[in-house]
Design a protein around this ligand. Structure first.
Ligand code: BGP
Length: 463
């Protein structure tokens, strides 16, 4: 087993624009579809978030002190193109200053082009990803980023977690009334359009930025069979096919896998495809695969013989007649019911590499928890435990020869969680605010911040 992580290993942490920036009405920013979603009672919206829009310089100083050699963030589509078409110079300037400050600080920027922030203007205009016109608008957006930042940004990520994005209607601008089979069919069209768009952007990136590397981002939840019943193993394999690989197969091979194709055809929801698009995807595979890993699933066969629609609940979807989620006495859960299974990260790395033979970057992994501020300190030993156990699995994979070249904890700083606001915190740096009280928004280093600093400095020798 290797003693330390390699010298060029990227030790990073990440955020996404709408979850961390705030300032949603500033700098000429337009409206993104999720801005319109009303949060649950008592949960904050994204209007102030962690105020990174005003404090990014202070935040980058904290990254530098921590010793991060890379930082993953996303660029808000609606800051750059508020109406989806016309460039907003203030938005360009903001990210220009951010990227400059990172590179001046010796921190490698890695940019997610599209992390859940879709312009409302494009939904109003042509129903967003349901229309083929969406492809050109995404390519146009990416091209603007490549020409403005390609001199300093070498690593690009196309679409954050397309596999999960498609299950969250408000993030793709589908109307709430759209449900059932109609939703499923439209989600397949959106998925296909996104894959074509990602292939075009991959091609463009290689043309515009020599030496740049670009990847799709997947959030796999590798399945463990619930028992030694062979049918549970088959159900687990089908779960992986239907929930994760369908997207990567298009991105990396320009193909629908047989299981996925059959699944769609049985439901009469296979999208309209054409040979030129499939060829485009096949000819423009990514340079690596970005993996966001939070949890595994334990899967049992579902014996009810009927065709059901996929559930709308993002993380516990079941397919009646194919698979169901089972309990696992060996796997504890977070306060939000997410399985904690570091070995699942190793399983994901091994399976993805064996299927695609591409290098991998772990672009998200972290623990959402209720943190308690006590006398100006946050003792988050639970987060240290979670991250160290996952990083240790990454070290194991590298020792075995799997090409993983970086790890980004989620998140660098506390930010607004997708659905739980500021209650569910992920950062190494605490932001002094609650859901309903902005307090002073000051930054406080948690115990995990000091732990990660030491781990990076020693290149993970204690893991
Ligand atoms: C990933 C997203 C992130 C982040 C994370 C944690 O799916 O890419 O943006 O939100 O999950 O999820 P949550 O905030 O719901 O706990």
């Amino acid at each position: 087993r290797i003693e330390k992580f390699p010298d060029d290993f990227l030790f990073g942490a990440g955020t996404s624009s709408f979850q961390v920036e705030g300032g949603i009405k500033e700098g000429g920013r337009g409206i993104a579809v999720h801005d319109l979603k009303k949060p649950k009672k008592g949960i904050t919206d994204f209007s102030v978030a962690s105020d990174h829009y005003h404090r990014f310089e202070e935040d980058i100083e904290l990254m530098k002190e921590l010793g991060l050699n890379s930082y993953r963030f996303s660029i808000s589509w609606v800051r750059i193109l508020p109406d989806g078409k016309n460039i907003n110079k203030e938005g360009l300037d903001f990210y220009n200053r951010l990227i400059q400050k990172l590179t001046d600080s010796g921190i490698e920027p890695i940019v997610t082009i599209y992390h859940f922030e879709y312009p409302k203007a494009l939904v109003d205009k042509y129903k967003g990803w349901l229309s083929r016109e969406s492809i050109e608008d995404y390519v146009n957006f990416a091209g603007i980023l490549f020409s403005n930042y390609g001199d300093r940004v070498k690593y690009w990520l196309t679409i954050n977690e397309q596999d999960h994005l498609l299950k969250i209607p408000e993030r793709i601008g589908f109307p709430a009334e759209m449900t059932g089979l109609e939703y499923e069919r439209n989600a397949q069209t959106a998925n296909y359009n996104m894959c074509v768009a990602a292939a075009k952007v991959t091609e463009l990136c290689h043309k515009m930025i020599p030496g740049a590397k670009i990847a799709p981002i997947i959030n796999p939840m590798p399945a463990i069979p619930a028992s030694n019943l062979p049918d549970d193993l088959i159900a687990s394999m089908e779960f992986n096919e239907l929930s994760a690989y369908y997207m990567l197969d298009l991105n990396c091979r320009g193909k629908y896998s047989p299981v996925y194709r059959k699944y769609l055809e049985d439901r009469d929801i296979f999208p309209e495809i054409n040979d030129d698009d499939m060829k485009l995807m096949k000819d423009n595979p990514p340079d690596f695969i970005a993996v966001n890993y939070y949890m595994n699933q334990t899967i049992a066969v579902s014996s009810i013989k009927e065709i059901a629609l996929r559930g709308k609940e993002v993380f516990v979807s079941e397919e009646v007649g194919i698979y169901k989620i089972a309990k696992n006495e060996y796997i504890p859960q977070t306060d939000w019911g997410w399985n904690i299974c570091p070995e699942g990260l190793k399983i994901a790395i091994m399976e993805i590499y064996n299927r695609y033979q591409l290098p991998m970057l772990i672009t998200e992994n972290g623990l959402g928890a209720y943190d308690k501020l006590e006398n100006g300190e946050i003792h988050d030993s639970y987060r240290i435990d979670y991250i160290s156990r996952h990083l240790s699995q990454v070290k194991d994979c590298i020792s075995l020869g799997f090409p993983v070249f970086g790890y980004y904890a989620w998140s660098f700083i506390d930010l607004v969680s997708g659905r739980e606001g500021m209650d569910k915190r992920y950062g190494f740096v605490y932001v002094n605010r609650d859901n309903d009280d902005l307090k002073d928004l000051s930054r406080i280093k948690k115990d995990s911040y000091y732990w990660y600093k030491k781990t990076i400095a020693e290149r993970g020798q204690d893991l």
